[in-house]
Ligand binder design. Structure first.
Ligand code: PHB
Length: 403
């Protein structure tokens, strides 16, 4: 099936671009010329997100957020109507280049919004760098995208994988949790989250007893939980997200560990899963650049509007999508819809101040948010804020050269 432009509005059917690929995978995109786009008519916006698999609900929340931000401002970008395209990336890294090429080469999008999974993001990054098409990252935290492989046309509205976990070490040591076991899915997101945890925790004086892992998106946690019980650490710290996170939280409690060994993590562990996890999630401590219960008029207004529109509660992914929409509006409006004015467009994106439900944030020189990290606890099914764990935290951007 070829992809179709999608009707706008929440009642749209999901028409996903899958199957017959118009563009080959691998290095094909390297050989293709950089794309010159016509700048009249509709702006072509492509979503490349997971709509199936363990991260499916993350993709939906991101798309909702993007659409909501743009709809709030009249539904246009720099005065131009929008034509939407979408591809289900299935969180499948081996199809990353091919799927991004469907949007860029075949659908000729002006903007590619994606994705969630760090491995898939590497495929998008390659296509974005080869084509020069504007690429907005609404979640995936892979370091390279805003470090060694940064690019003038790539902007992230979320985090780097080590950003949330860099805020974990001190509050854990403040609670006297001196020996910890780390546990994650073994791929870039988990491995780079570990770097942030390791650096902050060991610097604060903590000892990592063991780092455990399993392949993404495996959810057979039993053997690992048995090993944790025998290691008897002061705390368990982890990276999981989406449906897998809900299962982990429930399995952790069912194994009898919940009341014995406090569970900590980067905040994705408790995002969008609190209904599914139920009482098993109570008391989990996390650090993250957002919290449901942030007591600001901006956050309250956002949450009310989102819940009304989509009949579900927003989470950090919805916020990141919303901010991606806000960033795109800022850029497109600054160039009056002429997205081919690359220098002016990139400048506007670099200097935007995003008035986010998470709090105001700006872009680092490498195009990643400089933002506060909150310490949170799950209480009565909500991510409550205990305080700011790290103020205006920037990723190092190590190795990024933008000319
Ligand atoms: C990632 O793969 O970069 C990733 C996925 C889900 C998250 C966070 C990071 O919640």
């Amino acid at each position: 099936m070829n992809s179709q432009p999608l009707a706008r509005g929440p009642s749209r059917r999901l028409m996903l671009s899958r199957g017959a690929a118009a563009v080959g995978a691998g290095t094909a995109s390297l050989l293709l010329p950089r794309i010159a786009r016509a700048q009249s008519g509709k702006v072509r916006v492509g979503f490349m997100l997971p709509y199936t698999g363990t991260y499916a609900q993350l993709g939906v929340a991101i798309e909702n957020g993007v659409r909501m931000a743009i709809a709030e401002k009249g539904g246009k970008l720099g005065g131009r109507e929008i034509e939407w395209f979408k591809v289900d990336d299935e969180s499948e890294p081996s199809k990353g280049v091919e799927n991004a090429s469907k949007l860029v080469q075949r659908d000729k999008v002006d903007v590619l919004i994606g994705t969630v999974h760090s491995g898939v993001q590497m495929g998008i990054q390659k296509v974005a760098r080869d084509s020069g098409v504007l690429s907005l990252i609404p979640n995936a935290g892979v370091h390279a995208a805003t470090r060694a492989l940064c690019a003038p046309n790539v902007f992230r509205t979320s985090f780097t994988n080590s950003q949330p976990t860099l805020a974990l070490g001190k509050p854990m040591m403040d609670k006297g949790l001196k020996r910890a076991v780390w546990l994650t899915w073994k791929y870039a997101a988990g491995d780079e989250a570990f770097e942030g945890f390791r650096d902050s925790y060991t610097q604060a004086g903590g000892t990592i007893v063991k780092a455990l892992g399993l392949p993404f998106p495996n959810v057979e946690f039993q053997a690992l939980l048995t090993e944790i019980a025998s290691l008897r650490p002061d705390a368990v710290v982890c990276f999981f997200a989406g449906a897998g996170a809900a299962k982990f939280i429930k399995d952790y409690a069912a194994a009898g560990l919940k009341d014995k060994i406090p569970l900590w993590g980067s905040g994705f562990l408790t995002e969008g899963v609190l209904d599914a996890a139920g009482p098993a999630a109570e008391g989990i401590m996390t650090t993250m650049h957002y919290a449901d219960a942030l007591d600001t008029p901006r956050n309250k207004q956002f949450r009310t509007a989102y819940a009304q529109q989509f009949k579900m509660q927003p989470d950090v992914y919805a916020v990141q999508g919303y901010d991606t929409g806000q960033l795109l509006l800022a850029g497109a409006n600054a160039v009056k819809g002429d997205l081919a004015s690359k220098a002016a467009l990139h400048k506007a994106l670099e200097t935007a101040v995003i008035d986010s439900p998470r709090g105001k944030w700006t872009m680092s020189r490498a195009h990643n948010p400089v933002q506060d990290m909150y310490l949170r606890v799950v209480e009565k099914g909500d991510n409550k804020v205990l305080g700011v764990a790290a103020k205006a935290l920037a990723d190092s951007g190590a190795g990024c050269r933008l000319t």
